[in-house]
Write a protein that binds this ligand. Structure first.
Ligand SMILES: [Zn+2]
Ligand SMILES: [Zn+2]
Length: 500
């Protein structure tokens, strides 16, 4: 594929119609809020010297120069069991052997606590399979905190109108969007983790999506669903994608349900999603009990050293997000703890800290497949509920559980708007997809929009499970999509033209 040239004709006219220059590049706030990793660096004219040099990124976790890393090591030592003890335990009668011991020995090669003792570490031939990945994560974590200037997080301004964005993969995406070049695998991991949420959405909805009928990731039903949304997101063929074209367009609403870390991403990272659709007006809604709200009281206390909470499947509510210039409380509008940030005149972000079932009624009458869609990032449909059991006392799967997704998915299907879902791994995606066939109000009630498979815009960084460091996952590894089955093909006139 021939890549279009870029750079020579970047349109300063186009750029000047947008927000001020200082908002386009250089994002110190990103360091402060990205998953709370970046304590505010010293703001001085000169760049501070890095704390760690690039050849000094490996440290056993318990000896890390960074307190949050040491705290995590302590947490893992309490939570994870030695795999060699565990194997012995399962081979013998339970009553003849003590429970597996916790991990307290740190592997000298990866620096993670992995076994109860040096002896068991030495015996374990399996560890070599994941030691390399663990070492990679160790160095990534220290690199993020090393104090070097993280160029990967410098985000480009509006798209050059003469360059088409490609969504084939991260590399061509970054290239065609004018990101700084990602020269190392580590840079790719950092940048892909920062951008996976907005760009996963953009890559699905955009007219140049890699999910197509040809590669069978898109179904004919899905093609119709996305065609409807794209009439609102884009301009007619041949017309320029400009801000002016948005004047007559309705708002496109993207509902992100069960939002957690994604709700604490800085608004300028979400602006990257809008920059893919210069002619659209976007409203992003984060809804979920773990949505991060702005710290209106500006109590610094909350922002500092939040207690470490174990990760991945039950991650903690992210720390409060900074209050933007126009952020306002929205509790009067939505009747739940909430905020709205009109980030610019084409992008609004609303967060609601609530269960979706409690706010659905406010939107129920307004859903329209031409303007609305849902995204559920790593929702764990196929995981057992920690709260709800069936009559026999077995844990319900979360997709069928009244305390998790049970009441939600049928409501979403009833809107006929597309629902896109991501998963951590092939096994996670398969577990979630299988669970669809077991859930009342879901099984037999949906059509496929996007067939299950890898997400080209997943995070490339490994996330290590604190409960078992052998388990490593990637955020948004896979993606698929469904929508409610349409029985009545004669609905609204605007609707039937595309859906009949
Ligand atoms: Zn052991
Ligand atoms: Zn190791």
């Amino acid at each position: 594929m021939a890549l279009p040239l870029r750079g020579a004709s970047r349109s300063t006219v186009l750029r000047s119609r947008y927000i001020p220059r200082q908002q386009l590049t250089c994002y110190p706030s990103c360091r402060r809020t990205l998953f709370n990793l970046f304590r505010k660096p010293q703001v001085k004219a000169k760049e501070p010297a890095p704390i760690l040099s690039q050849d000094n990124l490996f440290h056993p976790l318990s000896k890390s120069p960074f307190p949050p890393v040491r705290v995590r090591a302590e947490a893992i030592k309490k939570l994870a069991a030695c795999p060699v003890c565990a194997a012995e335990h399962s081979h013998l009668h339970a009553h003849t052997k003590a429970q597996p011991k916790a991990v307290s020995f740190e592997c000298p090669d990866c620096g993670w606590p992995t076994h109860c003792s040096e002896e068991h570490w030495d015996q374990d031939e399996e560890h070599a399979k994941y030691c390399g990945r663990l070492r990679e994560v160790n160095e990534d974590e220290h690199d993020l905190r090393s104090g070097r200037k993280i160029r990967e997080f410098e985000l480009p301004g509006p798209q050059d109108s003469e360059t088409a964005i490609s969504f084939a993969n991260w590399d061509v995406f970054w290239y065609t969007r004018g990101f700084p070049s990602m020269d190392t695998e580590r840079s790719r991991r950092h940048a892909s983790k920062l951008l996976t949420y907005p760009i996963t959405i953009g890559s699905v909805l955009h007219e140049h999506s890699y999910l197509t009928l040809n590669n069978q990731r898109l179904t004919p039903e899905g093609s119709r669903s996305l065609a409807a949304l794209r009439t609102t997101l884009h301009v007619p063929p041949g017309a320029p994608e400009t801000e002016e074209a948005s004047a007559t367009k309705p708002e496109v609403r993207i509902f992100i349900l069960g939002a957690r870390a994604e709700s604490s991403l800085p608004a300028h990272v979400w602006e990257q999603l809008h920059m893919l659709f210069p002619a659209a007006i976007l409203h992003i809604f984060f809804v979920g009990p773990q949505v991060s709200l702005p710290d209106f009281a500006k109590s610094k206390k909350n922002m500092k050293n939040p207690k470490y909470v174990p990760n991945i499947y039950n991650p903690p509510t992210p720390p409060p997000i900074p209050v933007q210039k126009f952020t306002r409380q929205s509790i009067d509008r939505y009747n739940v703890p909430s905020y709205t940030t009109p980030y610019n005149h084409q992008l609004t972000i609303t967060g609601m800290q609530a269960n979706y079932v409690d706010v659905h009624a406010q939107f129920q009458e307004t859903f329209d497949p031409y303007t609305d869609c849902f995204f559920l990032f790593n929702p764990g449909f196929g995981f057992p509920s920690p709260y709800s059991t069936d009559d026999a006392g077995n844990a319900l799967l979360q997709i069928a559980s009244p305390t998790e997704w049970g009441p939600v998915v049928p409501l979403l299907l009833a809107t006929k708007c597309p629902i896109f879902v991501t998963g951590f791994s092939p096994a996670d995606v398969e577990r979630d997809v299988r669970s669809l066939s077991t859930a009342p109000g879901v099984a037999g009630e949906f059509d496929w929009v996007v067939t299950p498979g890898p997400n080209a815009f997943g995070s490339e960084k490994w996330e290590v499970n604190d409960f078992d460091p052998r388990v490593m996952l990637k955020l948004n590894w896979g993606i698929w999509g469904i929508r409610g089955q349409r029985r009545d093909i004669r609905e609204k006139s605007s609707f039937s033209s595309i859906f009949s």
